[in-house]
Design a protein around this ligand. Structure first.
Ligand code: TXA
Ligand code: MG
Length: 313
């Protein structure tokens, strides 16, 4: 299907991707149109191994080879200067291409079998909650794609970390499955890491749009669970660990009773979806501790709560 220019949703360790042949401009255009994604937001290119992924970069610094050896297959996307073979549409006209080797047997088998790099954004309509099961993909995009490979729920549950390598020190453009702490253990201190808690988010990566991952139900972030709860008919709660007085909620999703980031991350998008579908009038949440995967979770949470910053891309 990929070789024929079709669109195949497939599981990765992070979220489901919506894949097409990255070298086929028409297939890439179809991805944008299926997602209703604005053309200024570039796609990540996936390959079956580091050698093949890095073969699409013009200059590959030693640090990229080291990162690839250490973190791939895995939830890390490296931005490197693209070769001409990668269509401008894939990178939204930017000089760098995002490259990643996913850590999922289905994704790797598909990439090997396809014999081409696969451009794939998360398999959700633009701006909406990312899919972590094949059913999520079918519900949102089933009518617009050719096939879904069902690999069960995604292990990590949020997207890859997007890392820019220079000029200057490497910097994180999107927090994700590889933590800032583990990157810094490997690279030393990173430059000016973006904070989801900042008032305005700099748009060095087009995907840093303030509003993203949005449920249809309004979502509010409370400073702590001790804050006064808004008066609504039906209240939903999205909690890292069990909040005090769970009976105040008509519907409550506790991501990890023991406070385990890995468990909470794996459940985050599915919990947001299920609250959204539950018929509550408002979802409230509190920030995660701003360490480890908590940074990536806060990033998703704050964007999901944000009001639209622009109309229709
Ligand atoms: O885990 C993931 O990364 C998933 C799976 C399917 O691999 N993919 C994913 O793709 O999350 P998407 O398109 O939903 O998010 C890609 C992010 C966006 O924020 C985009 O702006 C950024 O990566 N990005 C991709 N290529 C870029 C580039 N050349 N320069 C700057 N940012 C880039
Ligand atoms: Mg996405």
């Amino acid at each position: 299907m990929i070789r024929a220019g079709g669109l195949v949703a497939f599981p990765t360790e992070t979220v489901y991707g919506l894949g097409g042949n990255a070298l086929d401009v028409e297939a890439v255009a179809r991805i944008f149109s299926a997602k209703e994604r604005p053309h200024f937001d570039p796609l990540i290119v996936h390959a079956a191994d580091a050698e093949s992924a890095l073969s699409f970069a013009r200059d590959v610094p030693d640090i990229a080879i080291g990162l690839a050896a250490h973190f791939w297959p895995g939830p890390l996307t490296l931005l490197l200067p693209k070769k001409d073979a990668i269509p401008d549409l894939v990178t939204a006209g930017l000089p760098d291409v995002g490259l990643r080797v996913p850590d999922h047997p289905f994704a790797l088998a598909m990439l090997r079998e396809a014999g081409c790099p696969v451009a794939a954004p998360s398999a959700n309509p633009f701006g909406r909650v990312s899919p972590t099961t094949a059913i999520h993909v079918m519900e949102q995009l089933g009518h617009r794609i050719d096939m879904v490979l069902d690999g069960g729920p995604c292990r990590v549950g949020i997207e890859s970390t997007v890392l820019r390598l220079g000029p200057g020190r490497p910097s994180i453009l999107r927090h994700g499955g590889v933590t800032q702490e583990s990157l810094e253990a490997f690279l030393g201190p990173l430059e000016s890491v973006t904070s989801p808690l900042a008032e305005t988010v700099p748009q060095t990566s087009p995907g840093q749009l303030l509003q993203h991952y949005s449920p249809r139900t309004p979502l509010s972030i409370l400073p702590t669970w001790d804050a006064a709860l808004p008066e609504v008919k039906k209240l939903g709660g999205l909690a890292f660990q069990a909040p005090p007085c769970p009976e105040r909620f008509d519907r409550l999703e506790v991501l990890s009773p023991t406070g385990d980031f890995v468990e909470a991350t794996a459940r985050f998008f599915a919990a947001l979806r299920s609250l959204d579908a539950s018929g509550v009038d408002l979802i409230v949440a509190t920030p995660f501790p701003q360490v480890n995967l908590g940074r990536a979770l806060n990033d998703r949470l704050f964007r999901a709560a944000a009001k639209a910053q622009y109309i229709d891309g």
